[in-house]
Write a protein that binds this ligand. Structure first.
Ligand SMILES: *Cc1c(COP(=O)(O)O)cnc(C)c1O
Length: 803
């Protein structure tokens, strides 16, 4: 689409008038942001309509990506980039005296996700549209997104994220496409025409109203749809049934209990909340999504038996797993297909990505809850389980131990991962290591039954956001060197390897990094009132707080450095700035205590003049997509130090390397593949291997106490946790202390400490050789193309969705 600068200016001014009755000189930044967004929408919507018309006319298979989270962040600037008009728009605005960057930051982050899983879904949407794959998102329109984090006196405070307060410009409410979702009630089986038929009675109906967000691909021609569902009361029931019978309060209660379903995003990452409201959310968007897919499909006039040829449904982790019994319900109860036929279709349509091996994150729902909340869905799951049992009992020769492990219903619980594997065409892990662990350990018995179902697709990130958008000066350097073909074909970044020995290029790379660091230092000075040395190593760990991600290992290393400097002030140390950012789940005591510890250490270190010219510690509050975009281009060291086997893939590891940071990490998740891509010399690896960790869990043999008794560095650090050394805190950091000693250090922090210290010393040594360091950095950028989500999506398209 050709967009002219003068038209853009005119459209913009017209919008200011029609929206606010203001001209450019009067309008606030907010108003300018909304007026500009409306202009961009007009440009996008034409192609959105075209794309949709195309999809309904053509016989191509549609992919529906179901995810309980989509962590979009801001999208104005991404839309401009993908439409190819960022520069044009910048110019047009600047001619009117407006700075585009100032408008972009007005947009509130759409924080409809916790972290990696939700951000992955957002990157995948970008890649599907950019590769012109008919792929749509299906999720929940949370009234409150992921909470905002404030740090007060070193502690995390949670504040509701009222992101819809001023309205969200990018969505369209589609009243006419609302569907009904049923909860509670009871199920009766009746015999009709020789067939058993389920009758669901006395249910409560919830209206699911879709809000559609356009997803523009790079070059703007394909515009797919992210459909987010909002829960609303059925008007009739609210206004009449209870109200007219005189029970006003009951009517209002009903309204609130329905709206609660899409009110709030659960803020737990890598652990489950067995709350009935969460189960309601899961069924709500699964059912609404399936109903909407079937309605669209039926408009084509094709027989329902051929659904699998035109539709692929992907479920991002188990949260949307009720699509399996829901699709069965509609095919059997409403479309009158036989069970066998319905099962055949369902297992050809659905595919499933597993995201974790940690038992606290593997979803299971009590039978009693499922039975009362979703009685028909429960009977379907029961029947799936019964038939599956008949199939496997011979295969496993009545080996009860094995049969129980694969069973969908176990000891009064429904095991959602098992349901997903049984009900899906394909199952995939999110890195090579993770997939191996699934096959060999976590899902080994299911793997034995369905070896051909299992695939591996390593996660990815969209390089259009995580490089093109956020690091313009680096992009300019890259484009000058190798052209811009990498934007469409990220693997072409590999051509940068030619420049590794080019001294000028190396210097320029270093200059860009320094400039980015200076910008961040300025922000930190304003935000945290901490003065940074931009020449120091910027060492960043930014991700959710979780014990397995081991921010604790990072801060303990800093405590060790401090102790060492105090003991021997002449210690030679390369200046370092350690930056942390991330949120803890509100109920996760240990993680919150680690945040407090980091802030205490930061306080002491930053204010101690004998060390603070070589050591600085910063905690940046409220980690979200926009903050990630700001800090990642400034990193020189990327901390990816999870306990091996625990991080299924990780994606911030990829974002950091793409912006030239060197990874210090364990052989976990996609770090293994990053090491393979960049080579041993361009990454610093330490610590236990995944199989060593898994062996310890299985066979024991690890003693944290022994390490505490033998390593004086650790001894000192642990004692300081509880003797008031770092700051006065009632009862000290007792939870951390007990986690490490009394409960034997579940994540092997003490075990990996020594190797981590050595790895950090190696980083410092490497950094002193500027030329070598820049070579490493270029190597990381050059090899990052492999981790573009375009590559992941191509694999899904070819091997899993067949589109
Ligand atoms: C990429 C990203 C994550 C995931 O980080 P990991 O280190 O892979 O866990 C989490 N939150 C935000 C805001 C991100 O952009």
């Amino acid at each position: 689409m050709l967009i002219k600068k003068e038209d853009l200016k005119k459209d913009f001014k017209d919008n200011l008038i029609t929206l606010y009755a203001e001209d450019v000189s009067e309008a606030s930044l907010e108003h300018k942001y909304f007026a500009l967004s409306e202009v961009i929408k007009k440009y996008m919507f034409e192609n959105w309509m075209k794309t949709n018309r195309n999809y309904s006319k053509n016989e191509v298979r549609q992919v529906y990506y179901f995810s309980i989270e989509f962590l979009l962040g801001r999208i104005l600037e991404s839309n401009l980039i993908n439409l190819g008009i960022r520069d044009l728009c910048k110019e047009a605005l600047s001619e009117m005296g407006i700075n585009l960057d100032e408008l972009c930051v007005i947009e509130k982050d759409a924080g409809l996700g916790n972290g990696g899983l939700g951000r992955l879904a957002a990157c995948f949407l970008d890649s599907m549209a950019s590769l012109s794959i008919p792929g749509h998102g299906n999720g929940i329109r949370y009234r409150y997104g992921f909470f905002d984090q404030k740090i007060m006196d070193g502690y995390q405070i949670e504040i509701p994220d009222n992101w819809l307060k001023d309205g969200y410009v990018w969505e369209i409410r589609r009243n006419e496409k609302a569907v009904r979702v049923r909860f509670n009630g009871n199920v009766r089986m009746v015999n009709s025409n020789g067939r058993l038929r389920a009758i669901h009675e006395n249910y409560e109906t919830v209206l699911a109203v879709p809000y559609d967000i356009p997803i523009v691909g790079y070059d703007g021609s394909t515009v797919n749809t992210l459909r987010l569902w909002s829960a609303e009361p059925m008007e009739r029931e609210f206004d009449f049934s209870s109200f007219s019978s005189g029970d006003y309060t009951k009517a209002v209660e009903y309204k609130y209990s329905v709206e609660a379903i899409s009110q709030v995003l659960y803020p737990d990452d890598s652990s489950i909340q067995n709350k009935s409201l969460r189960l309601k959310q899961e069924y709500f968007f699964a059912s609404a999504g399936i109903q909407s897919i079937l309605r669209t499909y039926k408009k084509k006039g094709k027989p329902i038996e051929e659904l699998y040829r035109y539709v692929a449904i992907h479920i991002n982790d188990t949260h949307p797993s009720l699509v399996i019994p829901e699709l069965m319900r509609i095919l059997v109860d409403e479309e009158n297909l036989t069970w066998e036929k319905a099962w055949d279709i369902t297992t050809k349509v659905v595919s499933y990505t597993n995201h974790t091996i940690m038992s606290e994150a593997l979803e299971k729902w009590p039978v009693s809850l499922m039975m009362s909340l979703l009685p028909r869905i429960y009977t379907i799951i029961e029947e799936i389980n019964r038939r599956f049992y008949l199939e496997v009992k011979d295969k496993f020769n009545n080996n009860w131990d094995k049969i129980n492990k694969v069973s969908i219903i176990q000891n009064g619980n429904i095991m959602m991962a098992n349901l997903c594997v049984v009900g899906s065409r394909f199952v995939n892990g999110v890195s090579e290591l993770h997939t191996e662990i699934l096959k060999k350990q976590v899902l080994s018995d299911l793997y034995e039954i369905y070896p051909r179902k299992f695939k591996s697709v390593t996660n990815g990130i969209t390089h259009r956001r995580w490089l093109l958008k956020i690091n313009p000066e680096l992009v300019e350097l890259i484009n000058d060197a190798i052209g811009s073909s990498w934007i469409k074909k990220p693997n072409s970044l590999i051509e940068l390897k030619k420049y590794i020995k080019d001294k000028d290029f190396c210097h320029e790379i270093a200059d860009v990094k320094l400039k980015n660091k200076i910008k961040l230092a300025k922000y930190i000075k304003e935000k945290n009132n901490i003065e940074l040395n931009p020449k120091s190593i910027f060492d960043i760990q930014a991700k959710r707080f979780h014990a397995y991600k081991r921010q604790l290992l990072n801060i303990m290393h800093i405590m060790y450095l401090y102790n060492k400097l105090k003991e021997n002030p002449n210690t030679d140390i390369i200046p370092r700035t350690f930056i942390f950012s991330g949120k803890a789940a509100p109920g996760y005591k240990l993680a919150k205590e680690i945040i407090k510890l980091i802030n205490c250490v930061a306080d002491k270190v930053n204010n101690d003049n004998s060390v603070n010219d070589v050591l600085k510690v910063v905690f940046l509050e409220n980690y979200n997509v926009s903050l990630a975009e700001m800090i990642i281009p400034c990193a020189e060291v990327s901390e990816q130090i999870s306990t091996a086997s625990k991080e299924a893939s990780g994606t911030s590891n990829m974002k950091f390397m793409m912006n030239g940071a060197i990874t210090i990490g364990t052989l976990d998740g996609a770090n293994v593949e990053i090491k393979e891509a960049v080579g041993d010399d361009n990454i610093v690896i330490f610590g236990l291997k995944a199989y060593e960790v898994l062996n310890y869990y299985k066979n024991g043999g690890y003693s944290a106490m022994e390490i505490y008794n033998n390593d004086m560095r650790i001894h000192q650090i642990l004692d300081q946790l509880v003797n008031g050394f770092w700051c006065v805190k009632e009862s000290g950091f007792i939870d951390i202390h007990e986690h490490l000693l009394k409960y034997n250090d579940e994540f092997f922090v003490l075990k990996d400490f020594d190797e981590y210290v050595k790895a950090q010393e190696k980083i410092s040594r490497l950094y002193q050789d500027k030329i070598k360091w820049n070579e490493m950095s270029i190597n990381n950028i050059a090899n990052s193309g492999r981790f573009s989500s375009d590559n992941s999506i191509k694999k899904y398209a070819e091997n899993i969705w067949n589109v």
